[in-house]
Design a protein around this ligand. Sequence first.
Ligand code: SAH
Length: 409
Amino acid sequence: MPSMNTLPDAAGLPTATVLLKPKRARPFFGRHPWVLDSAVLRVEGSPADGDVVDLATHDGTFVARGLWNAASRLRVRLYAFDPAVKLDDALWRTRLEAAVALRRTLGLDDRAGAARLVNSEGDDLSGLIVDRYGDYLAVQVTALAMALRLETLADQLMDLVGPRGILLRGAERGLSKLEGLQLPDRVIRGAAPSGPIFVTEHGLKFGVDLTAGQKTGYYLDQRDNRHAAARFARGRRVLDMFCYSGGFAVAAAVAGGARGVLAVDSSAKAAALAKANADLNGAANVTVETADAFEKLDALREAGERFGMVVLDPPKFARSRAALDDALRAYHRINRVAIDMLEPGGILVTCSCSGSVSREDFLQMLGGVAQRARRSLQILECRGAAPDHPVSASCLEGEYLKCVIARVG
Ligand code: SAH
């Protein structure tokens, strides 16, 4: 692995050309940013990992410009499709500016709130994720090329956003390995907050532990889904399964006016966060339990419990296409139990964050559950991640979150 002090070519011009196999250029003319090793015919030149390279057809026609990583199956990540564009510091700055401006347009620049400022491919910055929590930024790097440019990016973020601190959070372990990347969590600018940060989301307050939480500390992608689900909670008894820090539970109880909420997570730490967030918002009717969802769902059903609304927001069940069938079975199982416990006219809020489970797969799974349970299921809303998680139309792999709100007859 190259030293983290290696300064990439400041000129941003290619040091090598990567030629594609015949008939393999179409996705990249279509602006897809990932060039897999299997598409590469040969390399002219000897780029170091992180260097700028040009991508060309087998007979040398320019296709795109990107950054090289011999250690990754994702051999080149593309950042420009015009030979006049240099991959230099000015380009990163322009991209960061555009990303920050978009969040302003979305009304997500309130310093009391939290927002994803940079969403990797969705902001033409493959391999970089930046979340803002109040006055702090949490950065995740999933590409070696971005890791090598971290100092520049951190300076630019300080300049553009002016946070009190920037924290580097480890990417998902599997991902880091694929890139030949090992970045320990650390403070890269300013200071870390001394305790949890409190952020506002649709008028509610949530504590976020930036140094030890899951993801970059909080599930920002579900912000608007928590709000949307709460609209259906009035007067109902709600089950929030896989509650993490209690976002759906607190929204249902406080904003939604639920009669009572049971929130469950297998992590004791998460359950404690959920309890603290319920208290913070004065939600006295939220009960939090630490339990395994599969066991707890079965136990609740066996005990004859009934709910007016069930939220299912499990972790990623399918890590790959190969795991798809197992994942669909697991989704089927939890959704079946949820439906069995829903009173007639009850609301199911069911989510999947597995990218390899398509929206269609997920809806079909729900159809199967309705059939088995002999209940009608009306889909009211088919939602995705909040708009500060934009998806590039050229890289639909960025679309992972499904959140279906349905009425169960
Ligand atoms: N709904 C949450 C995010 C949920 S993330 C929000 O809006 O913030 C998924 C959660 O599922 C994690 O907190 C994880 O601890 C929990 N989890 C994972 N496996 C579990 C299991 N078998 N039973 C219960 N919870 C589980």
